[in-house]
Design a protein around this ligand. Structure first.
Ligand SMILES: C[S@@+](CC[C@H](N)C(=O)[O-])C[C@H]1O[C@@H](n2cnc3c(N)ncnc32)[C@H](O)[C@@H]1O
Length: 203
């Protein structure tokens, strides 16, 4: 589901860039995020702050990223051009797409990252299955995710728009990850509103 105008503005500004780098990435790093020499996929890349952070803070060799919202993809292209990331070799790849239908063959990526995306995806279970398909065996999935307690909060619910059905709490998210062959390596956060999680694909 695409963002409403309020949330689109929220994630497009400089504040989101700071929160993502200082809060999300620092938690992932404490869970082992190091993309040195790795090819990384970001699902739901928004305006590109995660792609820049993967190169600049986590050492990625190559990053591919997509978002279903054409406006986001355009903004991401501008952000990454500003950071000089399209002139890298191999350069970043960016496209309009859906987490439930990731193009390309299986076992293609060393790591997949998702900053605040799954709770916007109607069929988040199918998205996890796709992520498992494109990850190499032993590859890592890093999630920063909002849980049911946040999505269904009476105050936040008035400002942001999310699919109403089948949102998840931490045990449900972890159970679904295990169903697709992930083992949980570690998590941060108390797990009612938000979680930061590292899972490895075991086979
Ligand atoms: C809260 S924003 C986060 C954006 C960015 N990852 C960040 O952290 O700044 C959620 C993003 O998920 C995207 N999204 C929504 N449905 C999606 C889907 N089915 N597959 C992939 N991305 C999706 C939205 O377009 C939006 O850019």
């Amino acid at each position: 589901m695409l963002l409403n105008p309020f949330e689109r503005r929220l994630v497009s500004g400089g504040l989101r860039r700071q929160v993502l780098r200082r809060w999300d990435v620092s938690r992932w790093r404490s869970l082992g995020a190091d993309f040195t020499e790795q090819t990384v996929l970001e699902i739901g890349c928004g305006c590109g702050h995660g792609v820049a952070a993967a190169y600049e803070l986590m050492g990625a060799k190559e990053v591919h990223a997509f978002d279903p919202d054409p406006q986001m993809v355009t903004t991401a292209r501008q952000t990454l051009t500003r950071h000089g990331l399209f002139s890298r070799r191999p350069s970043v790849q960016l496209w309009q797409g859906e987490a439930t239908a990731i193009p390309g063959g299986g076992a293609s990526y060393d790591a997949v990252m998702s900053f605040q995306v799954l709770h916007h995806v109607e069929n988040w279970r199918a998205a996890l299955e796709e992520v498992a398909r494109v990850l190499k065996p032993g590859g890592s999935l890093f999630l920063a995710e909002s849980l049911r307690g946040f999505v269904e909060h009476p105050l936040w619910g008035r400002w942001m728009e999310h699919p109403a059905e089948d949102r998840f709490d931490l045990p449900e998210l972890e159970a679904e990850l295990q169903r697709y062959g992930f083992s949980i390596q570690g998590r941060r956060g108390r797990g009612r509103w938000m979680t930061w999680l590292h899972a490895k694909k075991t086979n």
